[in-house]
Design a protein around this ligand. Sequence first.
Ligand SMILES: Cc1cc2nc3c(=O)[nH]c(=O)nc-3n(C[C@H](O)[C@H](O)[C@H](O)COP(=O)(O)O)c2cc1C
Length: 260
Amino acid sequence: MMTVDFLRSRHSVRSFTPEPLSQEAVRGLKAEITMVNTHEAGMHFELVCDDPAPFKGFKASYGMFKGVRNYVAAVVDTSFPDSYERAGYFGQQIVMKAVGLGLGTCFVGGTYDSSLVKVVLRVDRKVLFMIALGYPAQNRQTVLSSLAMKMAHRNDKAPDGFYLPQPGYSLSEALAIMPWLGKGLQGLACAPSSLNKQPVMIKVVEPVGVTGGRQVAASAFVNDPNPKNLVDLGIGKFNFAEAADGVWDWGNGAQFYPNR
Ligand SMILES: Cc1cc2nc3c(=O)[nH]c(=O)nc-3n(C[C@H](O)[C@H](O)[C@H](O)COP(=O)(O)O)c2cc1C
């Protein structure tokens, strides 16, 4: 479980000091990564330290990175079920571990030179995204156009905006049945997403096979299940689950199981 305040304390950092990662940070990150790689089929996250090469020749369309010399590459075998979504989920788990270790982070989708990423690839594995890591540089604001600025950081879209009401399940009706939903939506609202699109929504479903009473569940979905949105789906589900305290089934539209 993580508090909403802790989840909200994460912001994308794109400018870093040259200071190497502390031994404690490297150890903590490696432990987290090993746990994910050992338990999760198809996941091969890899920490690479002191390698600025992929972020040097700047070929970006948005965002601007300065001083990136450490990153986690999300190396994923996409033949496994729900691999994009699971990569997002565990990527965000690693990001929050890094935040807890005092590091600044930013997911990076395409604005790096993939030919220079120092990981050993196999035919069945792809780098889906990178996570830039390091100590945030103060007073080194990057110059962004106003459009780029909008995509660079999340706005203050209210948590309610991530709930899709259904007949009989307005937000207040849903909250009466599922009191943890409010925390979940707050967690989801501060999740990072590609181009700050925040495509993940929550709605109430009546699981098949359930009869009588008001047996309902919360489900998370994206309207367009393209690979980018599925990565965002996993990231959003991580934040929701940590804040609301429970676990998700994998899949677009799958349901949530609160721990209490
Ligand atoms: C999968 C993914 C890919 C991203 N790729 C980039 C990128 O290539 N360049 C960049 O500057 N920011 C990138 N971001 C960061 C988002 O722009 C950022 O998360 C979003 O604007 C919200 O801001 P926040 O992280 O400060 O809450 C990416 C985020 C995600 C989740």
